[in-house]
Write a protein that binds this ligand. Structure first.
Ligand code: IPE
Ligand code: IPE
Ligand code: MG
Length: 229
């Protein structure tokens, strides 16, 4: 198991069940992030991708978006040093240019600072949408063709994958979604072609290390056939 990707869903419902504002659910979800990072380290998982903010999440009320961005800044401030100490590389994927400048500055600084770390890669999907990622790749391939660097026959699956945000990252083996929802919500459409999917009923803020280990155990029982026998 090299790569686990997680759709961290259910923060709002978690808060609502407790009569709290949605932002409190997002705040509580940060603790679950710490839990899964530790669990992945323990398991020797090399890549952990967390879906933190989708391109469609920009359609939420401004106050919620602001709360999420502030939480993200806080998370980055608190985690920057620890990530580096633990030899973790941080990588952000998505339309990063849409994020507030304060967040972009932090991301840029931490990514540069941790670029050579190699115990694990933490991939944060921020302002991320898989369709945008794919059209973005198509544009850059078209440009390469116009510039005479490639011809249409050169466009293979591998070349296409090299133009995605995840160019240097292997495809997820396991995709987990919390809150019981059975959908992909525009996450890693290309990369999850053969990922095993585990849906967990718990809301994200309730997700703990044991839940991750249980999902991995479930994964280990699956027979991955990749279309063959
Ligand atoms: C996931 O929780 C976090 C983000 C999408 C940013 P939600 O905010 O989607 O919570 P629910 O799904 O409404 O409960
Ligand atoms: C997916 O959750 C995005 C993230 C977890 C960041 P959403 O809550 O936005 O997805 P839908 O709206 O239920 O499909
Ligand atoms: Mg949701």
């Amino acid at each position: 198991m090299k790569h686990i990707a997680i759709i961290m869903d259910g923060n709002g419902r978690w808060a609502k069940e407790r009569g709290l504002p949605r932002a409190e659910g997002h705040r509580a979800g940060a603790e679950s992030v710490r839990e899964v990072m530790d669990a992945c380290k323990e398991l020797g998982v090399k890549y952990l991708t967390l879906y933190a903010f989708s391109s469609e999440n920009w359609n939420r009320p401004e106050a919620e978006i602001e709360a999420l961005m502030t939480l993200l800044d806080t998370f980055l401030d608190e985690k920057a040093e620890e990530l580096d100490k633990q030899n973790v590389r941080l990588k952000a994927i998505g339309q990063i240019e849409r994020l507030p400048q304060s967040t972009r500055d932090r991301l840029e600084r931490i990514q540069a600072h941790t670029a050579k770390n190699d115990s694990m890669t933490l991939v944060l999907a921020l302002s991320y949408g898989a369709r945008e990622e794919i059209t973005h790749a198509a544009k850059s391939i078209a440009q390469a063709a116009i510039d005479g660097k490639i011809s249409p026959e050169d466009i293979t699956n591998d070349l296409f994958a090299q133009h995605l945000y995840t160019a240097d990252i292997p495809d997820p083996d396991l995709l987990i979604r919390t809150s019981g929802e059975m959908r992909i919500s525009n996450f890693l459409l290309w990369q999850i072609s053969y990922s095993e999917i585990v849906i967990v009923k718990k809301m994200w803020p309730d997700f703990r290390q044991g839940d991750l280990f249980a999902a991995v155990e479930e994964f280990n029982k699956r027979h991955r056939r990749f279309g063959a026998l």
